[in-house]
Every structure is written in structure tokens, then in C-alpha cells.
Write a protein that binds this ligand. Structure first.
Ligand code: GLU
Length: 551
């Protein structure tokens, strides 16, 4: 009995061969240097920022080279699967404008290299495994858990490398006949790869971030097919999928670096060329004095959901990630503020590989503030409104009750050389503008009066102003002249220069008077332009707000 008989016994229904699949999934008809990249998440129900960073890189590489970016759902670990996971992934990709060219979602398969869901690719994997068994490069292993645990303990005790290899790999010595007999007896088994490697031999491999790496050859007979669901392990699925989907560049986390030797040997055993690899460094967070791995358990900002819920503009998150992908991005972006990240000359080798990349929320906040400050009112309105429909009932209500009024509010000090920068995210808009809405003004608020605190004085300022000076038809110049007149009438200094030269000679300045008006109107000492605020509120609302302070 031969390996062929063994292969037929294990996979009696697999009739298609590797050659058949080579024809079914031909080399892609794209330019020679076009890159085919993929995002291959496991369906865990969230997208980690580290994975999203890889998405950005994959997307750039495919788009800039005229290639393909596709999504593959790696659902072979059924125990970790979350039902809505693919929805979450597509939602994140679409939110950030990184629509894959090929994917399977919502009952649709887009692309000719599918299925794009691993659990639907069983036959392809089985054809690959069948082939390896036939050529003697894979075999069934009947070792049970207890045996493997015992083996590991012994290895540890004797300070040997752990794993199923060399003399420890007992089932690799079974003849085809012996294996067939055990299978016929109904013994459970997994399929293992038969490694030809010698661990003491070294080889080099080129990682596009880290450069040439010298590694020990693989000698582990790793499991390639699990017994419970007959699905392949990550290692084997990676080989089959990235070959038949014709991936040219694999971008994945550095946690896969130790598996490279296995993958290279698997590709060799199949007679295929491995894709190019980019192993991305970990994303770190500054935690007090230390930098540590950003963690989905401890840090909400580890997951993309955080940035979506907070309402960071799409461009802000991409920009913040680009600055850690290539450290020269910031300089380039400053010199080319109107260009898209896709115009940037991204280079994997410029990525930092030593120790990880620091993702700084403070920096993101700054980027975000700047991006929002540069939007015109219509753009900000559209984006904030769109965002609010999913994430903020509060903002949505504000906008919908009077879209024009909302636009006027956000337009104060916008579209000018030094625009307002008080909106850090879309979510922060209500807390910066609530005071423009009477309905929100009913609760008790504390008023941030500054230099002038005396209730009698405050009452006098507000009353005199509204009764003798304020006229909503005034232009800004006249309006300010009147504030100055009010200032002088009440014995304060209307000329800031004179005041600064001799502050003790006056009760206070025009700035202190304006502050009283500002605080009485908004509760705050700092707001955008007071003239515009007054105008938008209108005399009636102003009066109502001032009345609270009349003595
Ligand atoms: N499913 C693997 C993961 O989520 C993918 C790694 C890869 O991109 O090959 O880690």
C-alpha cells in the first residue's frame, strides 16, 4: 500500500488536483509590478488598531501599484468566531474608505479568486493536503493530547526544544499500511506536515521592513489539518490561500515572524514561490514612564470602534497612522497639505522595526482638531451629521431641529486664516455649542465670571448694555465702539494699551466688560467671537439670559 492509497482513504471525495486549481485561479492579469494585498482578519468582532494599520498599508500598496486589495475571512478557528464579525470588519473598512476590490459579504462574492471565507475553502485545502500526503510530505498523526503533553514535559525537563520533530515525531515513521490500518480502526488523527529541515541549518529571508534575516530552518512537523472540523491550521491555509489568491505581498503582525521558517518550507514543499513579507511592528502606548503594547483589554483606543464612536474624522486617523508607518510622512504632509495619503511615497523599509511604534492619542487629537478647523461649514455639517446618525442622538437632534442655525454656529470663526480649533472630534461639538440652544440652558450651570464678580456690578453692566447700547443691526465696528462707550461710561478703561501701562488707575478694562457679557450669555469665559454669538442669539434670547443677573 502506498501514500496514494492513504491519501485516497483520507480524502475519497477530493477529485480536483493542484493543477486543476492552478487553472481555476490563474496568475492575475495585472501589470507586472502591481501588488496583490489582502486583509485577513479572524472574525473576532473587533478590528484592532494594529490590524487597521496593516489595512492602510495594504490599501496603499495595492492602489498605488494598480493592483488588488482583497478581504479574506479567516474563520478556521470556529471557537473564536463572533456572528457579526464580518459586518464589523466591512463597516470599519467602508467607514475609512478602504473598500476591498474583492470580498464575500452579505451573500455576494465579488472577485474571481474566492470563496473569500476560509470555511468555504475546505475542498481546496483538502486537495493541497491530499497532494502532500501523496508525495510523502504529510501524514496522519494519532498521538493523543496526553502523549503530547507528556512529550512536552520531558522535553522541558531535559532542556530540549519543545515540539513535534525529529525523534519525537513518532507518527512520521508509520508506513502507509500502518496508518491505513489505524484509520480503519477508527482512531482519531490530525494531519501533520513532514519537515525535511535541519534546525541547525540557517537560511536567510528578506523581510521588507527588517531587511535580510538569518533564521534557523524549520524541523517541526506542524499540524496542518485539525481533527475536529477538518479545517486547516493558519499555517497551511496561509500557504494555500495566498498562493491561489495570487497574493504578492503579505502584511501581517510581527507575532508571525517565528513562523516564517515553517511557511517557507511549506511553500517549497508545494513547489511554489512564497510572497514577499512585511511584518509590522507592535503598536505601543505611553503609559506613565513606560512604553507598552497597546492592549485591547486595557485600552479602549486599541480598537477601531473607539475612533468611530469618538467621531474622529477619517482623515485624522489615517494621518495619525501614516505618521507611525513612515516617520517622514509628517514632513511630507506639511509640505503637501492638500495631497492624499495615496500620493505619499510609502516605503516599507522606512518603517521602524526596533521595538514597536508609539501611537499617541494627544497627537491624534491635535491632528483631528486641525483637520476639523480646516473644513468649511458645509463639509463639517455633512460629516458631523452623517456621523451623528449612528453615534450621537444629542448632536443629531441639535442639527435636525434647525440645520441652518447649526451651520451658522459652526461657521463662526471658520474659513479664515486662523480658524477656531475648539472641536476636537464630532462628538465634542455639542459640548462646545450647547449654550447656543435655549432648551439646553435650563439646567443649573456655573458661570465662569473672572475679574468682575460683584453681582451689583454685573447687573449694572448687563442692564446698561442691553438698554442703552446693544442693537442687533450694528456692524462689527459699531458694535465694538459701543462696547467701548459702555466701558468708559461705567468707569473702566476702553483702551487696552493704556490699561496695560497703568492697570491700577482703572477698575478694569474693556476685556473685563466683554467677559461679563460673554459669561452671562454662555457661562464661559472663552468662546468664539462674541459679536457673532450675540447676533445669532438675537436680542430676545440675550435679554432672557441677562435677566437672571438683574438686581
Ligand atoms: N488571521 C490572521 C490574524 O488575524 C492573519 C495573519 C495574516 O495576515 O496572514 O492574525
Amino acid at each position: 500500500m502506498t501514500y496514494k492509497d492513504l491519501a485516497n482513504l483520507i480524502f475519497p471525495n477530493i477529485t480536483k488536483t493542484i493543477e486543476d486549481y492552478e487553472k481555476e485561479y490563474p496568475i492575475r492579469n495585472i501589470k507586472e509590478d502591481a501588488m496583490v494585498t489582502r486583509f485577513a482578519p479572524s472574525p473576532t468582532g473587533f478590528v484592532h488598531i494594529g490590524n487597521f494599520q496593516q489595512v492602510v498599508m495594504n490599501y496603499i500598496m495595492a492602489k498605488k501599484s494598480g493592483g488588488i486589495f482583497y478581504l479574506r475571512n479567516e474563520d478556521t478557528d470556529k471557537t473564536r468566531e463572533v456572528e457579526t464579525a464580518v459586518e464589523v470588519i466591512m463597516q470599519v473598512l467602508r467607514y475609512y474608505g478602504m473598500e476591498p476590490d474583492e470580498y464575500e459579504y452579505d451573500g455576494k462574492v465579488i472577485g474571481n479568486y474566492g470563496p473569500y471565507i476560509q470555511s468555504e475553502r475546505k475542498e481546496i485545502y483538502h486537495a493541497g493536503i491530499k497532494h502532500l500526503i501523496e508525495i510523502g510530505r504529510a501524514y496522519p498523526c494519532f498521538c493523543d493530547k496526553e502523549h503530547l503533553e507528556q512529550m512536552r514535559e520531558n522535553q522541558e525537563k531535559n532542556k530540549m526544544r519543545t515540539g513535534y520533530y525529529g525523534k519525537y515525531a513518532s507518527c512520521r515513521n508509520l508506513s502507509a499500511e500502518e496508518s491505513i490500518k489505524k484509520i480503519k480502526e477508527g482512531l482519531p488523527y490530525v494531519i501533520r506536515f513532514r519537515s525535511n529541515g535541519n534546525f541547525d541549518d540557517r537560511f536567510w529571508f528578506q523581510d521588507l521592513v527588517r531587511g535580510k534575516l538569518y533564521l534557523n530552518k524549520n524541523d517541526q512537523d506542524i499540524v496542518i489539518m485539525k481533527s475536529d472540523n477538518l479545517l486547516p491550521t493558519y499555517h497551511f491555509a496561509h500557504i494555500m490561500d495566498d498562493h491561489f489568491m495570487r497574493t504578492t505581498h503579505v502584511v501581517r503582525g510581527e507575532e508571525w515572524l517565528p513562523s516564517v521558517a515553517v511557511h517557507i518550507e511549506l511553500f517549497e514543499a508545494m513547489g511554489w514561490t512564497a510572497p514577499k513579507y512585511i511584518h509590522t511592528p507592535l503598536i505601543l502606548k505611553q503609559d506613565g514612564p513606560i512604553k507598552r503594547k497597546i492592549s485591547k483589554r486595557k485600552d479602549p483606543e486599541a480598537l477601531m470602534r473607539y475612533y468611530m464612536e469618538k467621531g474622529y474624522p477619517v482623515e485624522a486617523v489615517i494621518e495619525a497612522l501614516m505618521t507611525i508607518i513612515n516617520s517622514n510622512y509628517e514632513e511630507w504632509h506639511t509640505a503637501n497639505p492638500d495631497k492624499s495619503f495615496l500620493d505619499f511615497d510609502f516605503q516599507a523599509k522606512k518603517m521602524s522595526s526596533s521595538g514597536g511604534a508609539l501611537f499617541d492619542l494627544e497627537k491624534l487629537n491635535n491632528i483631528s482638531k486641525n483637520i476639523i478647523s480646516k473644513m468649511n461649514k458645509d463639509e463639517l455639517y455633512e460629516k458631523a451629521y452623517e456621523w451623528s446618525k449612528t453615534y450621537s442622538e444629542e448632536l443629531k437632534n441639535m442639527i435636525e431641529q434647525d440645520p441652518k442655525y447649526f451651520k451658522q454656529i459652526i461657521n463662526i470663526e471658520r474659513e479664515q486664516k486662523k480658524p477656531r480649533k475648539d472641536f476636537e472630534t464630532y462628538a465634542s461639538i455639542p459640548k462646545e455649542i450647547w449654550y447656543m440652544y435655549d432648551a439646553l440652558f435650563t439646567e443649573a450651570h456655573s458661570y465662569a465670571f473672572q475679574k468682575i464678580q460683584d453681582p451689583e456690578e454685573i447687573s449694572k453692566i448687563l442692564k446698561t448694555y442691553i438698554e442703552n447700547y446693544y442693537d442687533e443691526l450694528d456692524d462689527k465696528e459699531i458694535w465694538f465702539e459701543k462696547i467701548k462707550k459702555l466701558t468708559t461710561q461705567l468707569g473702566y478703561c476702553a483702551d487696552m494699551k493704556a490699561y496695560k501701562e497703568n492697570p491700577d488707575a482703572y477698575k478694569g478694562s474693556v476685556a473685563d466688560i466683554s467677559t461679563v457679557i460673554r459669561v452671562a450669555l454662555t457661562t464661559r469665559a472663552m468662546t468664539p467671537d462674541l459679536y457673532e454669538l450675540l447676533k445669532l442669539l438675537g436680542t430676545e434670547k440675550i435679554q432672557k439670559r441677562f435677566q437672571k443677573f438683574y438686581k
